[in-house]
Design a protein around this ligand. Sequence first.
Ligand SMILES: [Zn+2]
Length: 277
Amino acid sequence: MLQVKYARKMSNQSATPATPLRVRPVPAFADNYIWLIEAPGRPGSVVAVDPGEAGPVETELDLTGSQLAAILLTHHHPDHIGGVTRLLERGSVPVIGPDDGRIPVRTRTARDGERCELPELGLAFDILAVPGHTLSHIAFWGHGALFCGDTLFSAGCGRMFEGTPVQMNASLSRLKNLPPDTAMYCGHEYTAANLKFALTVEPGNRAALDYQEKVRSLRDAGAPTLPSRMALERQVNPFLRCDEPAVRDAASARAGRRVDEAAEVFGVLRAWKDQFR
Ligand SMILES: [Zn+2]
């Protein structure tokens, strides 16, 4: 069985190597992405992030002759964990996920502040607790990449099923403060619809308008809009911009009263987006 090590982080700086990861998207269901990370330390081996269904992953493994070496899970929703049991029939691999009884397929628990190391694969990720979409949601950050499930999307964020606006806003602030060149791999292709909402909140946001053009041509070509970069998200994602005057004003107009505090602005935006078509 593959070795999984945990270390307590000693500082806020990630010590993982700067070599960029090679990551392939495997589209699943209507708009999910399962991410396959190529293991730098073991060519031909891959780590699957959030395999909600097994079929597309099996097809990709068979086509490329790759071996599944580990599975990372960000949260318990079926469209993120549903394929694990069938994938394990190909061979037992570590399944690393948050401390949550709703993830019975998990073999290793990853907790906030730990560094999860897969030394034989040449991989190491810092674990960030990011409650809000679900209470036990975690994100994996390492090698300049962030795997954040349904917490942060490009130009948007996940629905707040279990957390409070204060919790989810704090989780998003944590992600927003990662290095600007962090490559953000989220769980869904929602970018185009998210930008429509972003531009309703901030119609004059030049970066969002430019991004909308780029996203349109990517989607016309059938290409994913991901990964995104944290620097771009900070410019275009209204949920990361709750302290921007234009976003506060839009939230206040929507609420019909003055909202200034970032978590409150976030709560108004999230409720607005839930109604937005
Ligand atoms: Zn989810």
